[in-house]
Write a protein that binds this ligand. Structure first.
Ligand SMILES: Cc1ncc(COP(=O)(O)O)c(C=O)c1O
Length: 487
């Protein structure tokens, strides 16, 4: 029993007495304090000695026997199994090996909240979200559906019907989208819609037209399919129109309501050229309408899809900006010939999205809480945009804000003598998150693929998000920019 005096059980520990005893006996074996063939005390004696219940010792012995550390085959005595020291050494080696394995550099290891720093683009203010109302609607949805939301629901691969109906009505009314409810597919953020469209429509080498600068989430989706991406410059009328008659693309991605990240709206003549060119050449247009509700002085512009009579425009949107990004709910409005194939493909990724959140969102739309929330955000964001522009103007910074009619971001174009990547790095060191406009360019490192006139400097500036920050934080943020300088 002498060696068992080494055992110490901590009754205040959250680790159970049985787990403590198990690991300590293993440790005695590993340290050579208990040799193969050596006898252990009876469960009654050890329990009395440690002043614990006999069952704790019995269960510990049973577990160690099942794991191969102890043996009980000899006249009902318990002793250390012949194989135990090797087992323990192997476990020890595994542990050592685990400690030396390094986490790959791109795998994030930090957890917890990621509240944005000023002036990170595209961030809604989650403080404005009516969480209590959301939780009430969520509880009501769970109560009224009598737990049916908790089952698998393969019929809802493209989303809960109530949500698709309410969303279709909203899109028809507010965005002029032409659709029936069954053309609306609910996805895990608009990113999943982009990924599924890439898988559905593209094969290796297919030509895809992208705005430049443009949304990297879309570029990533086309890259997985091995698409041949052609970049289109953006000017004061929005994205330039590709030569679809001579060089038809399989697909073109565009943000016509508010080009991301410059903020310019696509002119009507280009909208018409785009839908006509797509119809004639058979190119699919993916219209990403990510934040068009936030137009501060006028009603939102109608969608490009509303002009499309030939069914070539796939309209996608997200609740990440209107509600909150962690909800991970977005959608695609699919032209009729794509609905079945999209559904089949989506079923290989997930049976269906989160049903409780979808039911809550359906009620949020139905009760009108959604509309009140948008109005509240629009008012707050308009005020923040004004505060930001006023502060910048007073500070006399060399930034030219050309497109200020709405959105969640403002792009300040820089004069040629400034370098936007360096300015962005400077601000980052001061704790500000302001990406360089040129970091959104697909030309970075691959100038061959661009159609851009290289003389143009419209891709050179800084992108400021203002929506997630109170006017006071905006004031302090601009003060910090002035103190830090841009060069
Ligand atoms: C152009 C654009 N589209 C879509 C999204 C939203 O993506 P998700 O719905 O996956 O959150 C963003 C977010 O920043 C965006 O900037």
């Amino acid at each position: 029993m002498r060696r068992f005096k080494l055992l110490f059980l901590d009754r205040a520990s959250p680790v159970s007495l049985q787990a403590q005893l198990t690991s300590q006996i293993k440790e005695l074996i590993r340290a050579g304090q208990l040799a193969a063939g050596e006898r252990l005390p009876s469960s009654r004696d050890l329990a009395a000695d440690l002043r614990i219940s006999r069952n704790t010792v019995v269960y510990t012995y049973e577990r160690l026997i099942s794991e191969g550390y102890l043996d009980s085959s000899l006249r009902s005595r318990i002793y250390v199994a012949d194989t135990a020291p090797e087992l323990q050494r192997a476990a020890h080696e595994r542990g050592r090996h685990r400690q030396t394995v390094r986490v790959p550099a791109t795998v994030p290891i930090a957890g917890g909240s990621t509240a944005p720093m000023p002036f990170r683009p595209c961030q809604p203010d989650v403080q404005l979200f009516p969480l209590a109302m959301w939780n009430r609607l969520r509880s009501r949805a769970l109560r009224s559906t009598n737990r049916s939301l908790l089952h698998y629901n393969s019929a809802a691969v493209l989303g809960l019907r109530e949500l698709r109906e309410n969303l279709a009505a909203y899109l028809r009314e507010s965005r002029g989208v032409r659709c029936e409810w069954w053309q609306v597919a609910i996805t895990s953020g608009s990113q999943q819609a982009l990924y599924l469209l890439s898988r559905l429509l593209l094969k290796q080498g297919d030509r895809v037209y992208m705005e430049d600068p443009g949304y990297q989430g879309a570029t990533k989706a086309w890259q997985v399919a091995g698409a041949d991406i052609q970049y289109l410059p953006v000017d004061h009328e929005g994205v330039t129109i590709p030569p679809l008659a001579e060089e038809p693309g399989k697909l073109m991605y565009a943000t016509p309501s508010r080009q991301f990240p410059t903020g310019v709206s696509l002119s009507l003549s280009r909208r018409l050229a785009l839908v006509n060119g797509a119809a004639d050449s058979g190119t699919w247009i993916v219209e990403d309408d990510y934040d068009s509700e936030f137009r501060y002085e006028a009603a939102p512009l109608p969608s490009l899809q509303s002009l499309d009579v030939s069914g070539r425009v796939i309209y996608i949107g997200t609740f990440s900006k209107l509600l909150f990004p962690a909800l991970r709910l977005g959608y695609a409005v699919l032209p009729v010939p794509l609905v079945e194939e999209f559904q089949a493909l989506k079923s290989t990724v997930e049976d269906h999205g989160p049903m409780i959140d979808q039911a809550t969102l359906a009620a949020f739309l139905d009760t009108g809480a959604f509309y009140s929330h948008i109005r509240r955000c629009r008012r707050a964001y308009a005020e923040r945009q004004r505060a930001f522009l006023d502060e910048i103007q007073h500070g006399g910074l060399p930034l030219d804000f050309r497109y200020t009619d709405g959105g969640m971001n403002l792009t300040g174009f820089l004069p040629a003598e400034f370098h936007d990547v360096e300015a962005s790095a400077r601000l980052r060191r001061a704790g500000l998150d302001v990406p360089a406009l040129s970091s959104y360019s697909g030309r970075a490192g691959d100038p061959q693929t661009s159609l851009r006139d290289d003389e143009s400097r419209t891709d050179h500036g800084l992108v400021f998000g203002f929506t997630a920050f109170t006017p006071e934080r905006i004031r302090l943020g601009v003060e910090m920019i002035l103190r830090t300088g841009l060069a």
